[in-house]
Write a protein that binds this ligand. Structure first.
Ligand code: ADP
Ligand code: UDP
Length: 236
C-alpha cells in the first residue's frame, strides 16, 4: 500500500490518500485541543494510544455486528480505513451526566441515567458544533430520515457493547462521541475514532477521570490516564 498526498490535517489526525481510491490512511497525532480549539497542547504518546485503542474497539464492534470503516493497523500511529463520506454530525451518547449536559441543564455530574440519551451536534467548527435535532439534520439535508434511524440504532448498539466491555475493566462509560459515514453504496458505517479523546471514562471504584477531561480541566497526570486506559483495554 503506497501513501499518497495529505488530504486533510485535523486537530488530532492527518488523513492521507493511498493508491487504493477506496482506502485512506489515518495518522494519529499527539496534539490535543479543547473548547473548539481555544485550548491547545500536546499529550505525549496520545497518538499511538488512540490509534491502538480505536482499532481495538472497532474490531470488537465488528465482531458484535457493527459495521465500521476499519481495514488494517499499519503501525503504532497509522491505520488504513475505508474512505467514507462523513455524515457531518457528532453523535453523542450519555449514560451518566457530565460536561455540557450537566452545564446546560444545571445538574451535577455523576447522575446515572435510567436510559442512555442521544444527541446530535452539527460538525461545523466555525459555528462551534451547535446542538441540533434529527429534524434539523434532515431539513439541512445532512442525512435522510432512514440514515438517522440507522445511526441511532447503531449508536445505541455501540453503547451496549462498550458499556459491558468497560464494566469488566472496572471503568464506567460516562459518555462518548461517534461519527458515521457512507460507503459508496450508501451503507452507513461507524468511522473516525473511539478513544480517551472522545469518551469519558471514570474508574468504577474511585471515580477517577481517565480521559481528556484531565487535559480540558488541568487535572494533571494526563499521560498516565491515557496509558492506564490502554493498559486496561489492551493489557499492556
Ligand atoms: P477534526 O476534523 O475534528 O479536527 P481529526 O483531527 O480527528 O478531527 O481529523 C480526522 C478527520 O477525518 C475528521 O474530520 C473525520 O470526520 C474524518 N474521517 C474519519 N474517518 C474517516 C473515513 N473513514 N473517511 C473519511 N473521513 C474520515
Ligand atoms: N466529544 C468529542 N468531540 C467533541 C465534543 C464532544 O469527542 O467535539 C465527546 C467528549 O469527549 C465527551 C462527549 O463527547 O465524551 C460529550 O461531550 P460534551 O457534550 O459533554 O462536551 P464537552 O464537555 O466536551 O464540551
Amino acid at each position: 500500500m503506497e501513501i499518497k498526498e495529505l488530504l486533510y490535517e485535523g486537530k488530532a489526525k492527518k488523513v492521507y490518500a493511498t493508491d487504493d481510491p477506496a482506502v485512506l490512511l489515518v495518522d494519529y497525532k499527539d496534539d490535543a485541543t479543547a473548547f473548539n480549539g481555544l485550548k491547545k497542547g500536546t499529550i505525549a504518546g496520545k497518538g499511538a494510544i488512540n490509534n491502538r485503542v480505536t482499532n481495538y474497539m472497532m474490531r470488537l464492534l465488528e465482531k458484535e455486528g457493527v459495521p465500521t470503516h476499519y481495514v488494517e493497523e499499519l503501525s503504532e500511529r497509522k491505520t488504513l480505513v475505508k474512505k467514507v463520506s462523513i455524515v457531518p454530525l457528532e453523535v453523542i451518547i450519555r449514560n451518566i451526566s457530565a460536561g455540557s449536559f450537566a452545564k446546560r441543564f444545571g445538574v451535577e455530574e455523576g447522575i446515572v441515567f435510567a436510559e442512555p440519551t442521544i444527541e446530535f451536534s452539527y460538525k461545523n467548527d466555525e459555528l462551534g458544533d451547535p446542538l441540533m435535532n434529527a429534524y434539523h439534520a434532515i431539513a439541512l439535508s445532512l442525512a435522510t430520515r432512514e440514515e438517522i434511524e440507522t445511526i441511532k440504532a447503531m449508536a445505541f448498539k455501540v453503547n451496549e457493547v462498550m458499556k459491558a466491555f468497560f464494566k469488566k475493566l472496572n471503568v464506567d462509560l460516562v459518555d462518548f462521541k461517534l461519527e458515521f459515514g457512507r460507503l459508496p453504496d450508501g451503507t452507513i458505517v461507524l468511522a473516525d475514532e473511539i478513544s480517551p479523546d472522545t469518551c469519558r471514562f471514570w474508574d468504577s471504584e474511585t471515580h477517577e477521570k481517565l480521559d481528556k477531561d484531565r487535559f480540558r480541566r488541568d487535572l494533571g497526570n494526563v499521560e498516565d490516564a491515557y496509558k492506564e486506559m490502554m493498559k486496561r483495554i489492551l493489557g499492556e
